[in-house]
Design a protein around this ligand. Sequence first.
Ligand code: MG
Length: 370
Amino acid sequence: MRITRLEPFILHVPVTGGAIADGSHQVGHWGAPGVRVHTDVGLVGTGYTGTHAHLATDRAIVDLIEHAYGPLLIGRDPRETQALWTTLHRHPPLQWVGRSGLLHLALAAVDVALWDLKAQAAGEPLWRLLGGSADEPLEAYDTDGGWLDRSDAHLVDEARARMDAGYRAVKIKIGSPDPGRDLRRIESVRAALPEGARLMVDVNGAWDLVTALRVGRHLADFDVAWLEEPIWYDDVAGHAELARALATPIALGEQLYTLDAFRDFLAAGAVHYVQADAVRLGGVTEWWQVADLAFAHRKPVVPHIGDMMQVHVHLAIAHPACALLEHIPWMRDCFVEPATVEDGRFVPPERPGAGTALRDGALEAYDVRR
Ligand code: MG
């Protein structure tokens, strides 16, 4: 099998309710700049990264895929995923300007497409190719009912609705200018949840260390399962200090690009829940390295939702560090086999591939370059 052609795309898909906010961002659309990788045997692999649908940077990502990586990919066997990853990552002029940022997001999209092809060629869903079993349930937790710009009553209603649908865990966004508002909302949602249900909170990097130390102390009163991204994403020492000072575990990783970054956080004892994201890391290849590293530290991996669950369902079913995955269904309408939750658990996908295949009409509906 040989790669014959790259077909870039940029999907911009509306989010729930037309707009959402967290402690640091406001988003109206989710962006999925990516690529379909065509082969001489007729198989087509699909991969993409996740963005805030910023057109100029999305264009830059697909330009990098097409023009920086394209010449290194055409004619190669897409099943040689590790060798190709190393080729793309270490190509001297690209290594000079890359290793994180836009070029790494482009690498993620390409790598996912290659793993999609590899699983299709094997005739298996990716989770089975990676050694997973459908008999081991993958629990879902919901984030889409807990945005920072929604009312207190909305959060409580959404949490109750998720419990009625079979979920046993929800996450809400905090990081309001008034921390008192955050604590009131946590108290309200906790009171609405049944005994044993898990509640997580996510600051999206909005606090400084002093605020995190001061407000974070109160979270144990509400049995918060984890405090996510309390401070600046790259601050290893700050998160390590918080992890030592607070009774509530620290979760992070959705903003980290590299295996090296995760090594630093794990070595410093700065993270308890490892939220590796295959579409910010360099795809499936680097995600698996991070998950193995976390497993060696006996830390659970709970993948971030940057891929809107498609690849991550496969990875989380297969990797022994994973038992829980985030749920935000913004891109459901794009896929042949969208990730699906029933009774609080993800349904194991059945189609060969990585779950990224776009349905007929998805490009016509959402590709902003058309
Ligand atoms: Mg988050």
